[in-house]
Design a protein around this ligand. Structure first.
Ligand code: 5AD
Ligand code: SF4
Length: 468
């Protein structure tokens, strides 16, 4: 909140929030304003929304579960694929009637979509009832924008990426009491040819290791059990920092903090996944034996067009080293089907790689054209129906492999973290280090705790277990 009415001292900081609080109270007839924050997309957005909620809480808001009940609505958007954008537009459109009923309502859009000029233009033209639009680097200034809006009552559009500032020291309202996300870096320098992220999140910026260590230690002290380090490419952590540190070293330092917890991290780019990192994972006390290593395609020709900067052979080399050092490693991946110019032969290379690696699960996406990326200019002649058929073929293959991998767990005793009740409320759902879901019977008191279970059966992509 620098460059604004907020001042450096804590006192002024509190006074600043108090003044926003009273302006909001006045606006809503001295009722405590009710806020609703909806998150689209990835874990980074989940974390950003927790910061937005932390700020709204400090501005005196309570939280509600639906738009219909809310006075302040924030949509934190995702731009990675077109269907995510379409969903946002559909949901924003539906707010028009709510705003008519409650004209004092404040509607804000933020996140990756808002960093694209054509999207901002569309919002201005089609959704004039949206009050505030702010970009991915502006979360720290959200209170300033609310203040400005409340005092001038004019629409605000603040979306230019500002690469220099990191969002440190903001309040946060975490939804989960035992699982947490912790960003270690922001942005991306890789420019994979299909991907919009480098354009909407800006250049890579690593957080100082001391800030990460402090936040991590606090989470452990507060009893968090499953902490996921976040970054678009965690393996390039530290590249632009003054301190001499890389991701493997950071991970080792975090792992040395005493406590009963697991560390995960995502996402790792295969071009930067080092043997050092795998060695640290193998030797670590708290580091989950799980690596999310997006391969995107098994064809060298397509990997080259995607600008991924590794080959199928290099990827498999990492996989074999991982399996040698960590025999119970669970590898997961992202795969894009139907990249421009991809042929069925290229796709078959992906199928064969999937068989060779034996991923425990994969996230599969049909290529989505993103305006402004190099791939959007490439010839894309394969009809969507054909891509959908390939997609289905890949899913069927993976389902059979997941079943096969799950069966290997039968009879084993594993440590799991109990996460909650299953959707039918009859059983508990827990997660293994390898990110596989286990269904078991037990009381709610176990939620948020590590327990040992014996795996007794497999149901589709899930394991069934018994407490021991
Ligand atoms: N189309 C389809 N999938 C995409 N991803 C990123 N950009 C696109 C796109 N344009 C996928 C990649 C990435 C994951 C987060 O989203 O697989 O790893
Ligand atoms: Fe996108 Fe590639 Fe960066 Fe991942 S590494 S965010 S896929 S550009």
């Amino acid at each position: 909140m620098k460059n604004s009415k907020s001042a450096d001292s804590l006192n002024d900081f509190e006074k600043y929030f108090d003044s926003i609080k009273s302006l909001l109270l006045q606006r809503f007839n001295f009722n405590i304003p009710k806020a609703f924050v909806k998150t689209y997309g990835c874990q980074q957005n989940v974390y950003d929304s927790e910061k937005i909620k932390g700020l709204l809480h400090k501005m005196g808001c309570n939280f509600v579960q639906t738009c219909e009940e809310a006075d302040i609505i924030v949509f934190n958007t995702c731009a990675v694929r077109k269907n995510a954008e379409d969903r946002v537009f559909g949901n924003v459109g539906a707010l028009k009637t709510l705003k008519k009923k409650n004209p004092q309502m404040i509607i804000a859009l933020c996140g990756c979509m808002t960093e694209q000029e054509h999207i901002v233009n569309k919002i201005k033209e089609t959704f004039p009832f949206v009050d505030l639009v702010f970009g991915t680097n502006y979360i720290r200034r959200f209170p300033d924008f609310i203040y400005e809006f409340l005092t001038h009552e004019k629409h605000l559009f603040k979306t230019k990426i500002d690469d220099d500032l990191l969002c440190e020291g903001l309040p946060i309202k975490r939804e989960n009491k035992f699982k947490a996300f912790l960003p270690i870096m922001y942005g991306c320098d890789n420019f994979c040819s299909y991907c919009i992220v480098p354009y909407v999140r800006g250049r890579e910026k690593s957080r100082a290791s001391i800030a990460i260590l402090n936040e991590f230690s606090q989470l452990v002290e507060r009893g968090y059990k499953d902490i996921t380090l976040l970054g678009q490419n965690v393996n390039s952590y530290g590249k632009h920092l003054d301190e001499d540190i890389n991701f493997a070293q950071l991970l080792k330092r975090l792992d040395s903090i005493p406590g009963d917890y697991w560390i995960r991290f995502m996402t790792s780019h295969p071009k930067d996944a080092t043997r050092d990192l795998i060695d640290v994972m193998a030797e670590g006390e708290h580091i989950c034996h799980h690596l999310h290593l997006p391969v995107q395609s098994g064809s060298n020709r397509i990997l080259n067009l995607m600008n991924r900067r590794y080959t199928r052979e290099k990827y498999l080399e990492i996989v074999y080293y991982l399996k040698e050092k960590i025999p119970d490693i669970s590898i997961t991946s992202d795969i894009i089907v139907g990249f421009p110019g991809e042929t069925y032969d290229d796709f078959c290379e992906t199928l064969s790689l999937v068989k060779e690696v034996e991923f425990s699960s994969i996230f599969t996406f049909i290529y989505s054209k993103r305006e402004g990326t190099p791939a959007a200019e490439m010839e894309d002649s394969i009809p969507y129906e054909e891509k959908s058929a390939w997609f289905k073929e890949l899913l069927e293959l993976q389902n059979s492999l997941t079943g096969k991998i799950c069966k290997r767990h039968i009879g084993k005793i594993v440590k799991v973290l109990v996460e909650g009740r299953s959707t039918n409320k009859k059983s508990l759902t827990a997660r293994t280090q390898g990110n596989i879901i286990v269904d078991l019977s037990g009381s709610n008191e176990l939620i948020g705790k590590f327990v040992k279970v014996k795996i007794t059966d497999v149901q589709g992509c899930f394991l069934k277990g018994e407490l021991i």
